[in-house]
Design a protein around this ligand. Structure first.
Ligand code: SF4
Length: 312
């Protein structure tokens, strides 16, 4: 059953050098207990989608379309209603754990705060719950970790603290924005394990925003590939890794070390002077005449959707 339904979402930023078309007519849904990975290169619009869902975009953003959460359009609800949803229903874990945590407070006090404020738990019960969460998140000495400050913990440990905070209120949706960015391979492995724990313990739906295909492969049920502000392919993760459909998806997979490290030709187009037609056409080895004239629609193939004329 759908818990989030995004329809025709477009986000444009007005800037002194022109309008930046960050997200264009993007639609997708998220089902209960599902993990959906939004994958693409830096600047393709993934984080803009995450911030649109919880309406945390700067004032120069123009947002159109709809974002239905349990039937409520998040783009239309009042700020006070949205604040409640942000606090209790949709948790977001931002990219940089050391910037997201308050350096002046112990990690324990940052975990118990939402429990005391929103769940009206007693201080002792919230401490017990926090210590239990830290244990679930793999801290071998959770009581000691509870009393530590963010600067005393590694980047990977702070990432686990953010996951613990996200889990406190048992939200319906957790949005994780590049949770493994900048971490070494061992810590990436740890974070993948912690997310698997969250999926098992919390039953939350997860939107995983990542540029790392191997993280998406391990954690997601479905995968959506983004290119220049658009989803160009979406479907079951297993099928995607067996046979990616869109030429850009194929190029992305070929850039993985185990597939030969072959970088895609060219670079992503400008978000201001957007190419006509399929945005990938200047780089596409299969382009046809129509590709540079009209934006392709989504076509269905093998229970997946792909925005490419080859599947017309
Ligand atoms: Fe290539 Fe055309 Fe498909 Fe775009 S629509 S990916 S240019 S074949």
């Amino acid at each position: 059953m759908k818990i989030l339904d995004i329809c025709d979402l477009s986000v444009t930023f007005s800037t002194p050098v022109g309008d930046v078309f960050a997200v264009n007519n993007t639609s997708f849904s998220l089902n209960e207990n599902e993990t959906l990975a939004l994958v693409g290169e830096t600047g393709c619009g993934k984080s803009v989608i995450a911030n649109s869902i919880i309406r945390l975009l700067p004032q120069n953003a123009k947002v159109t379309g709809s974002i239905l959460f349990k039937g409520i359009d998040l783009l239309k609800v009042s700020e006070s209603e949205l604040e409640k949803i942000r606090q209790q229903e949709i948790s977001i874990i931002f990219q940089n754990p050391s910037l997201s945590l308050n350096p002046l407070y112990t990690v324990g006090s940052q975990i118990i705060e939402p429990l005391i404020i929103h769940k009206k738990m007693s201080k002792q019960n919230s401490i017990d719950k926090a210590i239990q969460l830290l244990k679930t998140m793999g801290f071998s000495n959770p009581s000691k970790a509870y009393g530590m400050y963010p600067y005393q913990l590694s980047g990977g440990m702070n990432q686990r603290i953010l996951l613990s905070i996200a889990m406190t209120l048992n939200p319906s949706i957790i949005i994780a924005d590049e949770p493994t960015k900048g971490l070494d391979n061992e810590l990436v492995r740890d974070i993948i394990d912690e997310f698997n724990t969250v999926k098992r313990v919390n039953n939350s739906s997860i939107i995983l925003i990542t540029h790392d295909l191997s993280v998406a492969r391990e954690l997601s049920d479905r995968i959506a590939i983004m290119y220049s502000g658009e989803i160009i392919e979406i479907g079951e993760t297993k099928k995607f890794f067996k046979k990616p459909l869109h030429p850009y998806s194929q190029a992305l997979l070929n850039s993985l070390p185990e597939r030969g490290f072959i970088a895609p030709n060219g670079t992503s187009p400008s978000m201001i002077n957007v190419p006509r037609g399929c945005k990938f056409h200047p780089r596409c080895p299969y382009k046809k005449q129509e590709c540079s004239k009209k934006i392709p629609l989504f076509y269905s193939y093998d229970d997946r959707s792909v925005r490419c004329y080859l599947f017309q």
